[in-house]
Design a protein around this ligand. Sequence first.
Ligand code: GDP
Ligand code: CA
Length: 310
Amino acid sequence: MITVLCGGVGGSRFLCALAAVVDPARITAIINTGDDDWFHGVYVSPDPDIVTYALAGEVDQERGWGLRGDSFRWLASLARFGEETWFQIGDRDLATHLHRTRLLRERWPLSRVTADIARAFGVKVRLLPMSDDRVRTVVETHDGELTFQRYLVQRHARDAVRAVRFEGAGQARPAPGVVEAVRDAEAIFFAPSNPIGSIAPILAVPGIRDAIAAARVRRVAVSPIVGGRSLQPPAAEMMAGLGYEVDAAGVATFYAGLADTLIIDETDGARAAAVAERGPRPVVAQTVMRDDAARRSLAAAALHAAGVAP
Ligand code: GDP
Ligand code: CA
């Protein structure tokens, strides 16, 4: 079993890359749910949905989230009533949230709901939310606290970040299968996901970080920061707010003691020594998954770094 910790867009791209070169049934994804939230009476689980849609080949590739070719007519209709419509939910996407919300109201745990949605989309990778318990990523800014989606989607990550906390994480338990997926893995990967916004909430659930630290297998992270920039907000903004350097070395600082190897982009080759200084062994590779060839080459480099045969 290959186990991957991930968020949404970067996470889903990396999972698609791995699934192109190894049997998807061998892969387990442990997915961030810190940015889950309620909108208009439905429970939205953005990162598991992005991963599901991407692995099903139905994600909107341009945006990186949502379903390809989706429309937003229900949302436009809601605006008439003065409802807040800054959080984009497509018409087809809404069906996923309605289904999820019904099952949650019938007291299904989130992990079972996530698996059910993945099954309906024909996804073969095993998808596990980090926890069945509610954890909420809260961004502390100079103007007060914002939920993650308000910070990112409504306010476009423009507020300077002072701190980030994961409400409820202390009391949360890892979802069934999560600790086992770490313990029994032949390799553990950290997708090129937002370290603070996507990976840190997973690590904040008691038991997960310890299981990773205790793992005897190779642990390989891929840097989401390429050429000193994040390919999308808010990874750079959040790292800067918490005092990390926004470059490959800053990512290495985050992963020190957790990942043995950090794959950094070719454009960041000059930072390899700085990465090594912070702990992880640097591996330089092409990490931008712009097409199928790039996805396969990154997956191959990651498997090689982990000492795992495809
Ligand atoms: P979110 O939950 O949708 O914010 O997505 P993630 O946390 O999983 O990933 C966000 C990060 O993915 C950003 O910092 C991007 O720079 C990174 N990312 C997206 N596509 C790629 C890619 O092709 N290569 C690399 N190295 N990083 C990527
Ligand atoms: Ca996310």
